[in-house]
Design a protein around this ligand. Structure first.
Ligand code: NAP
Ligand code: GLV
Length: 306
């Protein structure tokens, strides 16, 4: 029996070696050079080419190599099998640190000073007033980010699909409470999964509901945001600035207007990259579970799509 890694465009030596150590009797195959497709029972995948999972006739379970499973579910030939995703304290900490850094960037007005430097302009100004942060999505990552900022003394609101009670966070849920969640927020952070319900959800209506001059951060998925609506909100000043780590198309095409927009900070999908060392044990554990016919850890709910 074997395990297949279907993770195009990433060096896989480290993952392969660590899995081989953790699962001594299991052959690790690497797509596209899978020698015996009929022997593969478990696949670890990230942005798998459509059809690659359907070509494994005896597959029992699928392990996503990241937190978001939208790319897996987009495959029209996806076999109906249990899917697990990564939930890792190390990944969560990386995301929280990234968001903390972005918050400092805007609080210290580094966006403004960086633009002034391009013109050799000496323009001192005090820090931006950032008092209220809203986090959209209160799952593994969103709840941790919200708790982090609340512990730093910010006023924090959060929004999820279902109602929640979280210490020091004003929680809202459902479409009808989105406006209340973002009301008064100086910074809005998107940590929603990309699903049929969230695709293009953050569009003109949403940006119009924000406090004029709010800052928007998207570290979730690009297709949750209507790009044109965001550009219009930035051009009108309704949104003061945006930090974008994720995009509808990645890499972001060279001609995309986001690249040249003076109010947009772009990072190339790096806010929380899966760390092989911290996730290898949960992948090996899920492999053993699937072999033993046990439910996977961190399962994806196919009905919800995340
Ligand atoms: P998660 O634990 O599944 O949490 C998702 C949250 O979003 C939950 O609170 C959920 O509400 C809420 N939600 C889902 N659909 C909603 C809807 N229609 N309306 C309102 N709220 C909704 O996910 P996570 O682990 O925190 O990760 C979130 C996303 O971050 C991932 O899906 C991935 O796309 C992205 N991500 C990006 C990076 C990066 O490097 N940029 C890294 C990791 C993850 P309930 O709690 O009520 O279910
Ligand atoms: C990265 O984007 C992830 O979903 O883990």
């Amino acid at each position: 029996m074997s395990l297949a890694l279907i993770i195009p465009d990433r060096k896989l030596d480290d993952l392969q070696q660590r899995l081989a150590l953790a699962l001594a009797d299991t052959r690790i195959e690497i797509w596209p050079d899978i020698r015996k497709p009929e022997e593969v029972e478990f696949a670890v995948v990230w942005k798998q080419p459509h059809g690659s999972l359907a070509a494994l006739p005896n597959l029992k379970a699928i392990q996503c190599f990241g937190a978001g499973v939208d790319a897996i579910l987009a495959d029209p030939t996806l076999p109906a099998l249990p899917i697990a995703r990564i939930v890792d304290p190390g990944l969560t900490q990386t995301m929280v640190r990234y968001l903390d850094g972005v918050l400092s960037y805007y609080r210290l007005r580094l966006d403004l000073f960086s633009a002034s430097q391009q013109q050799a302009l000496w323009q001192p100004k005090g820090p931006r007033r950032i008092a209220h942060i809203c986090v959209l999505g209160l799952g593994e990552l969103g709840a941790a980010a919200a708790a982090h900022f609340a512990a730093l003394g910010y006023s924090v609101s959060g929004w999820a699909r279902t109602a929640k009670v979280l210490p020091h966070i004003r929680c809202y849920s459902g479409t009808e409470e989105l406006g209340s969640a973002v009301a008064g927020a100086d910074i809005v952070i998107c940590l929603l999964p990309l699903t049929a319900a969230t695709e293009n959800m953050l569009a003109e209506d949403f940006f119009n509901r924000l406090t004029p001059g709010a800052i928007f951060i998207n570290v979730a998925r690009g297709a949750i945001v209507d790009d044109d609506a965001l550009l219009a909100a930035l051009d009108s000043g309704q949104v003061q600035a945006a930090c974008l780590d994720v995009f509808r198309q990645e890499p972001l095409p060279a001609e995309h207007p986001f690249w040249q927009h003076p109010a947009i900070l772009i990072t190339p999908h790096v806010s929380a990259v899966t760390n092989v060392a911290t996730v290898v044990e949960q992948i090996a554990d899920n492999y053993r579970r699937s072999q033993g016919g046990e439910p996977l850890c961190n399962p994806v709910d196919m009905g919800r799509g995340y």
